[in-house]
Design a protein around this ligand. Structure first.
Ligand code: C5P
Length: 306
């Protein structure tokens, strides 16, 4: 008689940056940031199942071309967690990918966070130090664990709570191209050789707006220092941004290092309308309405099955 396999699944959200202020490159190669992370309801599902050895399979609409071995950040997450707990990374990982890759949505970070949490749960690791392992994997991985809306400083790994007085609705417009995050930061350096280190006070206006829940104030407070370099590398994004603005979005901006564009809507129906109009404009690969403030990996009860 064969024993059934134990497995744990975790949904992990994509993020957009409501504010992204970038400073000069630091000696460690990263840039100091003041950012407001915002998780949205577009998720990858990471499943960890008992196995004799580490393996990874990728499924779903956005999985094409991704490495299914040590080159995948989820694989490294399982290895690092196992090493930190002096055990073999004996787990079968399976990822259902819906978050576009190299898109400024932290999809790889989501998969790493999902793998950390699913493995920690499968291996019943009490008090696992997920945050420090997450930081070692990537600047956005700690936020993918946490979700919601958070102020990020340092290189994005130092997180603090942000109060949001309204439920926010967005449209995500995915591009048919990818942008490399290091390439966009390098273009930022080229365009701004004298960039000043951003101060937390640069987030005051958007944080106040978010607390108030006033959508027009929120729209005015959004900003992204990586938008200019992303547009320099992918000038066609200007047409996507314009399509969203013409469709009636309260605000239009590039998400993180791009090339995904995001549009603020006044509610779920408005988001659906903007999404339909932007999709029909032919200026993007895919437009999806999503709600903001989605829970992070660690905020969920993993789904277990035997
Ligand atoms: O931390 P993560 O692996 O996601 O970063 C990918 C790349 O993006 C880094 O190697 C670096 O080139 C750039 N980056 C940066 N400053 C940050 C975050 C990322 O320069 N705060």
């Amino acid at each position: 008689m064969s024993e059934s396999v134990r497995s744990v699944s975790v949904d992990v959200p994509a993020k957009v940056n409501l504010l992204l202020r970038v400073g000069p490159r630091r000696p460690d190669g990263f840039h100091g940031l003041v950012t407001v992370f915002h998780a949205v309801g577009l998720v990858d599902r990471v499943t960890a199942s008992d196995s004799d050895e580490l393996s990874l399979s990728l499924h779903g609409p956005e999985s094409r071309g991704l490495p299914a071995g040590p080159g995948n950040i989820a694989w490294r997450a399982a290895e690092l967690l196992a090493a930190a707990h002096h055990r073999r990374p004996a787990v079968e990982l399976s990822i259902e990918k819906r978050i576009p890759v190299a898109a400024g949505l932290a999809g790889g970070s989501a998969d790493a966070a999902g793998a950390l949490l699913a493995c920690a749960s499968l291996w019943e690791l009490e008090g696992a130090e997920l945050h420090s392992i997450a930081t070692g994997l990537g600047s956005d991985v700690p936020f993918a664990l946490r979700g919601g809306t958070a102020l990020g400083t340092g290189r994005g790994e130092v997180l603090a709570d942000v109060e949001v007085g309204a439920s926010l609705h967005w449209v995500i417009a995915a591009s048919s191209r990818q942008l490399s995050t290091p390439a966009v930061y390098a273009e930022f350096d080229r365009l701004h050789p004298q960039a000043a280190t951003p101060d937390r006070s640069s987030a005051t206006s958007v944080l106040d707006a978010l607390r108030s829940g006033d959508l027009d104030r929120i729209a005015r407070g959004l900003g992204n220092d990586l938008q200019e370099p992303a547009l320099a590398l992918a000038p066609e994004l200007a047409a996507t941004l314009r399509a969203g603005t013409e469709a009636g979005a309260l605000a239009a901006l590039v998400s993180g290092s791009g090339p995904t564009c995001v549009f603020l809507a006044s509610g779920p129906e408005h988001a659906q309308t903007i999404s339909d109009v932007v999709a029909a404009s032919g200026t993007c690969r895919l437009a999806i309405p999503v709600q903001g403030g989605a829970p992070g990996a660690a905020a969920q009860t993993p789904h277990a099955s035997r």
